[in-house]
Design a protein around this ligand. Structure first.
Ligand code: GTP
Length: 319
């Protein structure tokens, strides 16, 4: 069975980090985002097709150097074709029921159960659905029992047809390809509403779900993974206090207070008198003396100078 991962977007909302690293390779607890998806695939998936475009060379390089236990095929779009166009562009690889993922989703979804649900219900596709209190920023799905009867993109607050949103993980039949026109096409806006009569079903699940497309949601995904058992502490801690659940991998922490929900990757450091909470310090990121860093993403080599306080910032080394 094949799994298609849409991994060609520009990740503009995570700039400046995505100026130097494509979003699927940004680390969540030290592992590229896309690998969290690949790790969760059921055994019957033997081939992963990655639809790539933006910074494809880095993705190619990563998969050349890292064996993920499955055959990996990268298919390039010279210009991003949108989520629908990307699927059409890999059609030569899709000859049977396949999984399809937005490449920036972190969730507790049981993919084997999703697949069984799809096989039981039949139809052209199954969408995983996540319940949210305010669906106004999302693609909303109207259901009649398990059958999808309507779609609504980013409804005005209070006008949503339901509180169930498209969670960006699907199972499709290859017939889907007959309904994607050539060119730049949005799967959600241009294809889904036109194939309702082909049998689309919604699969609800519990646990956690995060679309890691923004700095806030990236940190939320990190918190979910930490709360669900992925913490680590092998940092070099000299006179530092570590609070709560964190992922501290060979970071240098000296006379500081770190946590909760901090990820500090190898070569990163926090100096005397600083406080770091709910943040990411990628490889070689440094926090100087007497700083406060909260809700921040520090890219590889990024630096917070002595005495600075930063909150809710995304910093890259070249700033
Ligand atoms: P923003 O620019 O911040 O909106 O991010 P994005 O470009 O990643 O867009 P979005 O978050 O909406 O994309 C959801 C998923 O679809 C991501 O995994 C993207 O990599 C992927 N994606 C979006 N557009 C394209 C495209 O044109 N081609 C391919 N292959 N993937 C895409």
């Amino acid at each position: 069975m094949k799994a298609l991962i849409l991994a060609g977007g520009m990740g503009t909302r995570l700039r400046p980090l995505t100026f130097s690293t494509p979003k699927p390779l940004l680390p969540l607890l030290g592992r590229p985002m896309v690998m969290h998806i690949i790790d969760s695939l059921p055994g019957e998936v033997d081939t992963v097709v990655l639809a790539v475009s933006y910074m494809k060379d880095q993705l190619e390089d990563f998969f050349r150097k890292n064996d993920c236990g499955r055959r990996v095929v990268l298919v390039n779009e010279d210009e991003p074709l949108g989520t629908g166009g990307a699927i059409r562009n890999v059609r030569q690889h899709l000859d049977d029921t396949f999984f399809c993922f937005n490449g920036d989703i972190i969730s507790s979804l049981d993919l084997s159960d999703l697949l069984s649900f799809h096989k039981r219900h039949g139809g052209i596709g199954t969408l995983s659905l996540w319940q949210v209190p305010d669906p106004s920023a999302f693609g909303v799905v109207g259901l009649d029992r398990d059958r999808i009867i309507d779609f609504q993109e980013k409804p005005v607050p209070g006008r949503a047809i339901s509180d169930l949103i498209n969670a960006g993980v699907y199972v499709f039949q290859p017939e889907l390809l007959d309904h994607i026109p050539p060119g730049v096409v949005s799967l959600e806006r241009q294809v889904f509403p036109k194939i309702l009569d082909k049998g689309m079903h919604g699969y609800r699940f519990q646990g956690y779900w995060v679309d890691c497309g923004t700095p806030e949601s990236y940190l939320r995904a990190q918190s979910e993974l930490l709360e669900h058992g992925r913490s680590l502490n092998n940092a070099f801690v000299q006179g530092s206090k570590v609070i709560g659940l964190n992922y501290l991998d060979r970071a240098n922490l000296k006379g500081c207070v770190v946590g909760p929900h901090v990820c500090a990757l190898p070569g990163s450091s926090v100096a005397d008198g600083s406080v770091v909470e709910r943040s990411v310090l990628m490889e070689g990121a440094t926090v100087g003396k007497d700083c406060t860093v909260k809700d921040c993403l520090l890219g590889p080599g990024a630096k917070v100078d002595d005495g600075k306080s930063v909150q809710g910032k995304v910093l890259a080394y070249f700033q």
